[in-house]
Design a protein around this ligand. Structure first.
Ligand code: ADP
Length: 480
């Protein structure tokens, strides 16, 4: 569930990020197209302005020619030298403007050609004007006036100016149309691009908004799940408490009558010599069964007490080799397989421990080794020194423990799946109690196991100083 939530969040984040990337790319493309259109529009407008400047220059050149003609005529008719100066200035301006015009139309071969012809005609016209002026200055006024009045090649020059002008006007009109078209294209592109960008932006904003809404919903869902999990945990805890309370109460209530029944059964046993052999067996079976039930009730009470308070330990120096030997010997009453190995030169390994509690741990480990080795495999109990610690290992070659169960076998009421519900009797409490006892001794209880191959349970305690140890004994002992 949690993984699904995380996946959904990441997915929506990735979706929004993808939309943003697409938007940025499209905005870039739009900007590029818009930039190119604007460049085209600017180029068109520049060529329109250029044509307008050419037309202005043509017109100015024509005005200068007309000025030169008027000044020449004024001088010839009045003889006033001021006209002569005006003529000279106008004639110079004509050439200056024609030079300027030549530069302006240099990119247009037809106009350049027309301008060259116009320049030849201008040269001829100005030469005519100059000739009349020279005649006037040398006193040949009548010939000068005749030339001035005739007008020379003025018409040809006028029509050359006209041709140049109309060609440039045609060009201007065409360029004007192109510029208008470019302006329209740019405007349309701009409108379209803006519309597309706006739509994309709206899409991204929508995606982001959806992401936030989804996140809020997921957070809400998570909150509900958390509340449910807490409720379930509280319910489980209270169920466990009800179970523990019940067990404690049941064990307590059973203990008194069982003790009384056991006492009576044992009393009967003492008088059983007078009974028939079958009745003797029945009385013994009753006493044994009741004793087992009483032990079970005691055990359950012990577990509930351990839950509430640490065990009361009476710590004293204790030879672990001797204790283990006793436990192994005791086990031989039910199973002859366990063997004892003592790996210590002194034959004693002393620890500080509560004898009864430590015996309980060893009995439990040995009973388990016997119980879970149903096919008659070897069971070895080793007592050895490990540095400043003493270790007892119980090794069997029984059913072993599945890897998944290894982390749970010290939990209360836990039984590994391969132990079966009814195949092997048990409550799943022995190892829990054993580990509690070892922990309160400052020691450890650990396990190594392979399913189908066997298990090794190890307890370790701090070794007591040698001074406390019993007198040295034999190095290695075998029991069984
Ligand atoms: P139980 O009364 O069930 O034996 P324990 O607390 O002693 O309870 O053990 C818990 C569980 O650990 C057992 O049910 C069993 O699955 C597993 N177990 C304990 N000792 C051994 C062993 N020597 N070999 C295989 N499994 C074991």
């Amino acid at each position: 569930m949690r993984a699904r939530l995380v996946d959904t969040i990441l997915l929506s984040q990735r979706g929004a990020a993808l939309c943003c990337v697409v938007l940025v790319i499209l905005l870039g493309l739009n900007a590029l197209v818009f930039y190119r259109n604007t460049q085209t529009l600017l180029a068109q407008e520049r060529s329109v302005t250029h044509s307008q400047r050419v037309l202005t220059r043509i017109n100015e050149s024509l005005v200068s020619v007309t000025n030169a003609e008027s000044a020449q005529r004024g001088y010839i008719l009045t003889g006033n030298a001021a006209y002569l100066r005006t003529y000279t200035t106008a004639a110079r301006t004509v050439y200056h403007r024609l030079d300027n015009l030549r530069d302006l139309v240099a990119d247009n071969p037809q106009q350049t050609h027309r301008l060259a012809a116009l320049r030849v005609l201008t040269d001829q016209r100005l030469a005519d004007l100059r000739q009349a002026i020279d005649l006037e200055r040398t006193g040949q006024t009548t010939q000068a006036q005749n030339i001035a009045l005739v007008g020379g090649r003025a018409d040809v020059l006028q029509s050359a100016f006209g041709a140049l002008t109309s060609a440039e006007i045609t060009l201007l009109e065409r360029r004007d149309v192109d510029a208008r078209m470019a302006a329209t294209t740019t405007t349309v592109t701009l409108i379209l691009a803006t519309a597309v960008d706006a739509a994309l932006l709206a899409g991204v904003l929508l995606a982001i908004q959806r992401t936030f809404i989804r996140r809020a919903r997921l957070a809400e869902e998570r909150g509900h799940l958390l509340i449910e999990a807490r409720r379930a945990h509280a319910a489980a805890e209270s169920a466990v408490k009800v179970r523990d309370d019940f067990l404690s109460l049941a064990a307590h209530e059973l203990r008194t009558p069982l003790t009384s029944v056991l006492g009576n059964a044992q009393l009967l046993q003492t008088h059983s010599a007078a009974f028939a052999p079958r009745d003797q067996r029945l009385v013994t079976a009753i006493a044994r069964g009741v004793d087992r039930l009483r032990a079970l009730a005691e055990y359950l009470l012990d577990v509930t007490h351990l839950e509430q308070a640490p065990p009361e330990l009476v710590l004293q120096p204790l030879d672990l080799v001797a204790l283990t030997r006793d436990i192994v010997a005791e086990a031989h009453e039910t199973d002859p397989r366990p063997t004892l190995r003592v790996a210590d030169a002194h034959g004693t390994l002393t620890v500080r421990a509560d004898r009864g509690r430590l015996a309980q741990v060893l009995q439990n480990l040995l009973a388990n080794a016997i119980k879970y080795s149903p096919d008659g495999g070897a069971i070895t109990v080793t007592v050895e020194r490990q540095g400043d610690r003493v270790r007892v290992s119980v090794v069997d070659s029984g059913i072993g423990i599945p890897p998944d169960a290894l982390g749970h076998i010290f939990d209360r009421f836990y039984r590994a799946p391969n132990a079966g519900l009814y195949t092997y009797s048990g409550l799943g409490l022995g190892l829990y109690v054993a580990r509690e006892i070892m922990t309160h001794h400052g020691g450890t209880l650990t396990v190594r196991s392979e399913e189908g191959k066997g298990s090794t349970f190890m307890i370790e305690l701090a070794a007591a100083p040698r001074a406390l140890a019993d007198r040295p004994k034999q190095g290695s002992t075998g029991v069984g």
